[in-house]
Design a protein around this ligand. Structure first.
Ligand SMILES: [Zn+2]
Length: 564
């Protein structure tokens, strides 16, 4: 009689993250580590040909990959021939991935002569067993289960984002999580003040490193130090991008973060699916972007201007000059290069000029396009004053002709559509509830019941989706239309302007094109709007046959570009 082979078995148990997340109360009890072990021991006690020689466990690891310490050391022992049998309670303990689980169970184990037992799935594969269809099938089910959880967690995040809930682990400097709702951002009174200062200093023409020095000198804690000081613990791997002191990079990061305008942008990155943990950048049109989501720390206008300044900065020739009011704004009319400042000593005095930087570098512009610094700045300043007057006139004219509350009409239409959709939602709900009664009373078949039930649910969720988008649209319309004339206010609020500062120049001037001291062209900000409204006002005057007292200077200024 041949001596019976005794299998040297490895017992593998796993308590998964999924079990916790899904929180199926009944399940977690039956799947506890202790229960899995007991079940396996019971099984082995009935099988004299198996002896458990090693136990491996993983607590709190997901089944969607095999990066688990217990699992890995078990496989190591399998490869070294220490064990020749693996026992688990069920396949899902082993792994939830069809392809990888299958690779072990169908290829690696048989090749190594390892017996594999999944007790509750009635799987017992010894060497030579070939015809078992159960394993791949069960594996496939486990895979689907895992994907399902992954999608649930992801869709939950997506839904939160679409709903304007903050899903990040840490808040951006300047905001805190609401104590009552951790998905809501609230303004941090202290840090938001620092953010405002940073924007203000930048507006005044200070460089990022200048601002950082200023903050450090005044003992303002850097974002990282600040988080520590208010007791927010930060994991090591989050630290890498943050410095203990303010520096140009941390200042720039704040100046470029749109979150300070009240706009929440999330979902910039994603993991492709539950199998691949790699983080990839999403295309911009897939980002979840919600305006007016939380309290703003800086206005949208101020933010846009700062973005413009950051761009202009990169165009300022690096010759060690301080920033002048027209730095980066004044360009050569011939070649488009920025004008640079040049000091020329003459007769014991220093004369400052702007000249084409391209010509100064001897890189090809035909002429210096030289203009005395003062002449350029004074001319631009007086043109700006005139333009502000023209805008004041325009505002007066438009207020007279445009009394129609367009905004109200559109909002009313949107609200009517919303009402209809809300009625749809209510009706779907009611119909769906009645369905069950109809089914119970035998009026409709089970199949009809299921089909109708699904179709009402689908209809309802699409209506709800549309209601959400209408709400956003209403919010947009309201803010858009109240903003309709806002650009004019940017000019008119400077009607008593005394000098051309850097901040005003960046705010109101798009570009100054210099040919020579007698030919300067100024393009103001909102040129398109100015021209459009000037045309509209002119049309109105013509068609209505009324002679509006349209001031001469406004008509002249209709072609925004002024040439002296
Ligand atoms: Zn030039």
């Amino acid at each position: 009689m041949e001596k019976q082979k005794i299998y040297q078995a490895a017992m593998y148990v796993r308590l998964s993250k999924e079990d916790e997340e899904v929180a199926l109360a009944k399940k977690s009890e039956s799947e506890s580590i202790q229960n899995q072990k007991r079940l396996i021991r019971d099984f082995v006690s009935q099988h004299p040909d198996i002896e458990i020689i090693r136990e491996y466990e993983d607590d709190g690891y997901t089944g969607s990959d095999f990066e688990r310490p217990g699992f890995q050391s078990m496989i190591e022992d399998v490869r070294r021939g220490v064990v020749d049998c693996v026992i688990v309670k069920d396949l899902s303990r082993f792994g939830r991935e069809y392809i990888d689980s299958g690779r072990y169970i169908e290829r690696i184990f048989p090749t190594l002569g390892v017996r594999f037992i999944a007790i509750n799935d009635n799987i017992d594969r010894k060497k030579g067993d070939q015809d078992d269809i159960v394993v791949p099938f069960k594996n496939l089910m486990n895979d689907a289960y895992c994907r399902d959880i992954s999608i649930k967690i992801r869709t939950n995040l997506e839904a939160k984002r679409k709903d304007g809930q903050y899903t990040g682990a840490f808040t951006p400097y300047g905001y805190l999580k609401d104590e009552k709702d951790k998905n809501k951002l609230v303004v941090d009174p202290y840090a938001s003040g620092v953010v405002r200062d940073i924007f203000k200093l930048k507006m005044q023409g200070m460089s990022q490193s200048g601002i950082a020095d200023n903050l450090n000198k005044n003992g303002i804690l850097s974002p990282l130090e600040y988080k520590h000081s208010i007791g927010i613990r930060i994991q090591e791997n989050f630290k890498v991008n943050e410095q203990a002191k303010w520096d140009a990079v941390s200042v720039r990061r704040i100046l470029e973060n749109e979150i300070y305008t009240g706009t929440l942008i999330q979902g910039r990155h994603t993991t492709p699916n539950h199998k691949v943990k790699k983080i990839v950048k999403r295309p911009e049109n897939e980002w979840v972007r919600i305006e007016n989501n939380h309290e703003a720390i800086v206005s949208k206008r101020e933010f846009d201007l700062i973005q413009r300044l950051l761009t202009l900065d990169t165009r300022i020739p690096m010759n060690g000059d301080a920033v002048y009011p027209l730095s980066g704004l004044a360009v050569c009319a011939e070649c488009g290069s920025p004008m640079t400042k040049k000091d020329v000593p003459a007769g014991g005095k220093i004369y400052s000029y702007y000249i084409c930087s391209n010509h100064a570098n001897k890189r090809g512009c035909s002429a210096p396009h030289r203009i005395p610094k003062e002449k350029l700045e004074n001319t631009v300043f007086s043109l700006l004053q005139e333009h502000i007057q023209a805008v004041l006139d325009m505002e007066r004219v438009l207020k007279y002709i445009d009394e129609v509350p367009f905004k109200d009409i559109e909002v009313r239409q949107l609200n009517e559509r919303k009402d209809r959709l809300e009625q749809d939602v209510a009706r779907c709900k009611e119909l769906r509830n009645n369905l069950y009664e109809d089914f119970k009373d035998g009026i409709i078949s089970k199949k009809d019941y299921e089909e109708l039930h699904d179709s009402f649910s689908a209809k309802r969720s699409s209506a709800e989706e549309e209601i959400r988008s209408i709400n956003h649209r209403i919010r947009d319309v309201v803010s858009e239309n109240t903003d309709k004339y806002r650009w004019m206010a940017y000019f008119t609020e400077h009607k008593d302007i005394k000098e051309l500062t850097r901040a005003v120049a960046v705010e109101l001037i798009q570009q100054v094109r210099v040919t020579d001291k007698n030919n300067i062209e100024v393009i103001f900000s909102f040129e398109d709007s100015f021209c459009a409204y000037a045309d509209m006002a002119a049309d109105y005057a013509a068609n209505e046959g009324k002679l509006l007292a349209m001031p001469e200077r406004m008509i002249q200024a209709a072609d925004e570009r002024k040439v002296i």
